[in-house]
Design a protein around this ligand. Structure first.
Ligand code: 3PG
Length: 398
């Protein structure tokens, strides 16, 4: 059973909050503060309840041996101040213990700067647990990891002292709408870099009973190239692992068996030479070996938009092209706009996808935007997420 944070439970208590504030930055500036904003409702409860809060997150993938100073969480302090939430930075656990006070939030240094975080280290878990009476997790984006603060630290607390924050409660509630009884037709739109990360998700939704099964899956980005290759065509300069192509072939075969459509681009946009070059249209069965695929083509966009007009439930993850370049955004923009306009329930997962929707001014048009990337895929792709995701398992098992 999950225990949700309430003002009564945490009133005047020492609380350790595990958040996912792994936000993208460029030259020191936060590019997308969605994850920071998503944590605020839980922080407001803690402040009002006069809790002595230690807030902790990972940020990027630094090594504890030579931690990148740009990834120190002290760079997040200014964001909290701009949002009228005073936080005090603590570089060490000792400092955090000294500064801890009722009604205050101490922001601990990047957890991945500590040697024990990535090592499932019982000693580090004990040291963190000594700082608090309650463990609260709102780190939805990292629930699929076995990091110490995610999978071991909760076990140091009694079951009813392991709480979920408002963000995780919302994520689970919204994502479960996709898994329990999606209104049909239910479609997936999957793009982005790697098919491999999405295989469990596609397989899970293919093998479900008919009422919960997807009716179709539209693919774009590098994900689509695996299917193009598995269909016997060239995919240009991109190297695809043989295992990835086999995954695509297996999915196509299972989809055929279950009468689910896998929509593969019939045309793509390609460039020859450097990224940034003006793209041209190319049939997806005639991609030259020297070309780079940068977006889906106009016929594919038309087909996908047509499919989406009848969708009642959509889950989308990943962009259709290399979104960092304005010249290759057309597919993603058109598809996101169509998903946002469906007369039904739409969910967007993945930081890059959410950021793309945001930059197109479309974020508000979706039923739900998940704060997770890999975690959202893992949650939806698990038949038993509370047993399969380390961060969830640690909340309910002793
Ligand atoms: C994410 O951004 O997907 C999460 O914060 C997890 O980060 P990680 O992939 O570095 O563990």
């Amino acid at each position: 059973m999950l225990h949700l944070i309430t003002p009564e439970t945490v009133k005047n208590q020492r609380v350790f909050v595990r958040a996912d504030l792994n936000v993208p930055t460029k030259n020191g500036a936060i590019l997308d503060d969605f994850r920071l904003k998503s944590l605020l409702p839980t922080l407001m409860i803690l402040i009002k309840a006069n809790a002595a809060t230690i807030l902790a997150t990972h940020w990027g993938n630094p090594t504890p041996e030579s931690p990148d100073p740009a990834l120190s969480t002290q760079h997040l302090v200014a964001w909290f101040e701009q949002h009228q939430i005073p936080v005090t930075f603590a570089a060490t656990l000792d400092q955090a213990a000294q500064l801890q006070a009722p009604g205050h939030i101490i922001l601990l240094e990047n957890l991945r700067f500590f040697a024990g975080e990535k090592k499932q280290d019982a000693t580090f878990a004990h040291q963190l647990a000594a700082l608090a009476d309650y463990y609260v997790t709102d780190a939805f984006g990292v629930l699929h990891r076995s990091d110490t603060s995610v999978s071991l630290l909760p076990l140091q607390f009694a079951l009813d002292h392991r709480l979920i924050g408002l963000l995780i409660a919302r994520e689970i509630g919204q994502l479960d709408k996709l898994t329990s009884h999606p209104t049909q037709p239910f479609m997936l739109v999957l793009g982005g870099a790697k098919l491999d990360d999405k295989v469990p998700l596609i397989t899970t939704f293919l093998e479900k009973p008919a009422a919960q099964r997807i009716t179709s899956c539209m693919v774009g980005g590098l994900t689509a190239l695996a299917f193009i290759k598995a269909s016997g065509h060239n995919t240009g300069s991109v190297h695809l692992e043989a295992a990835t192509v086999t995954h695509a072939a297996t999915i196509m075969e299972r989809a055929l068996h279950k009468a689910v459509r896998i929509d593969i681009p019939s045309d793509v946009m390609i460039i020859e030479g450097e990224l940034g070059a003006t793209p041209t249209i190319c049939a997806s069965d005639a991609i030259p070996a020297t070309a780079t695929v940068v977006d889906i083509g106009p016929a594919t966009i038309r087909q996908y938009l047509y499919n989406l007009t009848s969708a009642k439930t959509v889950f989308a993850n990943g962009t259709m092209g290399i979104f960092e370049y304005p010249a290759y955004q057309q597919g993603t923009r058109a598809i996101l706009q169509a998903i946002g306009a469906i007369k039904g329930y739409s969910v967007l997962g993945g930081g890059d996808t959410a950021a793309a929707a945001d930059s197109c001014g479309l974020a508000a048009s979706f039923g739900f935007v998940s704060s997770g990337g890999g975690a959202t895929l893992a949650y939806l792709g698990s038949s038993h997420p509370f047993e399969q995701l380390p961060g969830l398992k640690a909340l309910i098992f002793s």
